[in-house]
Ligand binder design. Structure first.
Ligand SMILES: Cc1cc2nc3c(=O)[nH]c(=O)nc-3n(C[C@H](O)[C@H](O)[C@H](O)COP(=O)(O)OP(=O)(O)OC[C@H]3O[C@@H](n4cnc5c(N)ncnc54)[C@H](O)[C@@H]3O)c2cc1C
Length: 392
């Protein structure tokens, strides 16, 4: 097996029309410009604060590129299109930092609807939620210190348990997203408690490990040993981590050692070590590799082969964000690996912070925009050659 597996652009972009491809090429070109991305981020912030309507501009452009739709009914169309090419979906209601009790309750009810949606769609194998979307203000701030708000923390725990119970009742695994380090231990503790409760027969609760943190391999080893001792299954979404700059900045400002690996190589090594550990313990582990990194996925596929694990073993998934790395998703799916695209959805103004992060990631992670553009350009060129040959 070689990196060639990712190179087939015909498979990668089959669902996209010529016009879609050209639009994606333009958007990735814009995102490759740090100045433009910074300006767009600032403008999005101002528009949100002043409630300036931006839906007309955002929905047909970046929203369409990176999001499944505003409602589950809209998401259904994208899910069906992906399923036609053997790619599954995870419908991710992308609300963040809701404030009032009313708003939080409506987020909880939408996440439960997304679980019902997964139950009704064989090709939507997981559900997901973001802890900050169900946390009342103060619940996750500096937890453990006296500034935490105990009533808010209790309400957060209640909301968290409601969602885990809803997932268990529907038989739909739920992934808990990871966010910033300084409150992640609260989420880890709750995930561990819920895994112990609901993962006795199969993994229902999945925690997320951000492998840019230098303590995560150790955390995974401890989780494995606890699960073996107490006899339950564990599920982990492995990612590298999306908040590197904020984490480093916070550590520098508050004067504590950065929780993040010192360089990209150490993060890559930790991610790959975690994949290896999960595969070595696959009898009790389910692994959801959320990454756009070809080397890591290559290593995972080689290790699966060496361990005689089938490509479509239901305990192993890889996942990429909708609108990104289609060359990985569609080509892996064509080779029978389980692939599920993360499909964020929700009202356009809810998705703005997510879209700004995507644009920044494409700017700050060296090469991501370049990779996307490279494959899009190859496919545009391939199609042009075919049309020319047909004409002549
Ligand atoms: C399906 C899916 C779900 C996700 N869910 C979450 C989530 O719940 N929580 C979350 O935080 N993120 C999440 N992410 C985003 C993820 O953490 C990464 O930001 C993103 O996927 C880029 O990493 P990569 O492995 O795809 O690619 P790569 O391009 O190989 O890696 C880029 C990543 O490497 C790390 N890195 C880069 N430079 C350095 C450096 N100098 N030192 C140390 N580390 C460095 C950073 O984490 C950076 O994002 C998710 C991603 C996917 C695909």
């Amino acid at each position: 097996m070689s990196m060639q597996i990712f190179q087939n652009t015909e498979i990668a972009f089959k669902p996209r029309s010529d016009a879609d491809l050209r639009k994606a090429r333009l958007l990735f070109r814009i995102m490759a410009s740090p100045l433009l991305v910074r300006a767009m981020g600032l403008m999005a912030g101002i528009a949100l604060r002043l409630r300036i309507p931006v839906r007309w501009l955002v929905k047909p452009t970046v929203f369409k590129l990176f999001c499944g739709g505003e409602t589950l009914a809209e998401v259904q169309g994208v899910v069906d299109k992906l399923a036609f090419h053997k790619v599954r979906s995870v419908a991710d209601f992308a609300a963040e930092n809701r404030e009032s009790e009313e708003e939080i309750n409506s987020v909880i009810s939408e996440i439960i609807s997304s679980m019902d949606f997964a139950k009704a769609n064989r090709v939507v194998p997981f559900s997901v939620f973001k802890p900050t979307a169900i946390a009342p203000p103060g619940a996750l701030e500096e937890t453990g210190s006296s500034s935490a708000n105990p009533a808010a923390a209790e309400k957060f725990r209640e909301n968290f348990m409601t969602l885990c119970r809803a997932a268990r009742d529907r038989g739909i695994p739920v992934m808990v997203d990871a966010e910033e380090c300084h409150y992640q231990h609260v989420i880890d503790d709750l995930c561990t408690e819920m895994m112990e409760l609901y993962n006795k027969e199969r993994p229902v609760i999945f925690n997320t490990l951000q492998m840019y943190r230098h303590d995560r391999v150790e955390f995974l080893k401890e989780a494995l040993s606890r699960a073996r001792k107490k006899k339950y299954y564990i599920g982990f979404k492995l990612v590298r981590g999306a908040y590197m700059e904020q984490e480093r900045e916070r550590a520098r400002k508050l004067g504590y050692p950065s929780p993040i690996h010192p360089d990209k190589e150490s993060t890559d090594r930790a991610f790959n070590d975690a994949v290896t550990l999960c595969l070595e313990n696959i009898d009790i582990t389910s692994l959801f590799a959320g990454t756009h990194n070809e080397e890591s996925l290559m290593q995972m596929m080689e290790q699966m082969k060496a361990a005689d694990i089938r490509n479509d073993d239901p305990r192993i998934y890889s996942s990429q964000l909708y609108g990104m790395s289609d060359h990985i998703s569609f080509n892996m799916a064509a080779h029978n690996y389980n692939v599920a695209k993360y499909l964020p959805y929700g009202p356009v103004h809810y998705l703005i912070p997510y879209l700004v992060r995507r644009a920044e990631e494409n700017r700050s992670v060296s090469g991501q925009s370049g990779r996307e553009l490279h494959f899009i350009k190859l496919e545009v060129k391939r199609r042009k050659t075919i049309y020319k040959t047909r004409k002549s």
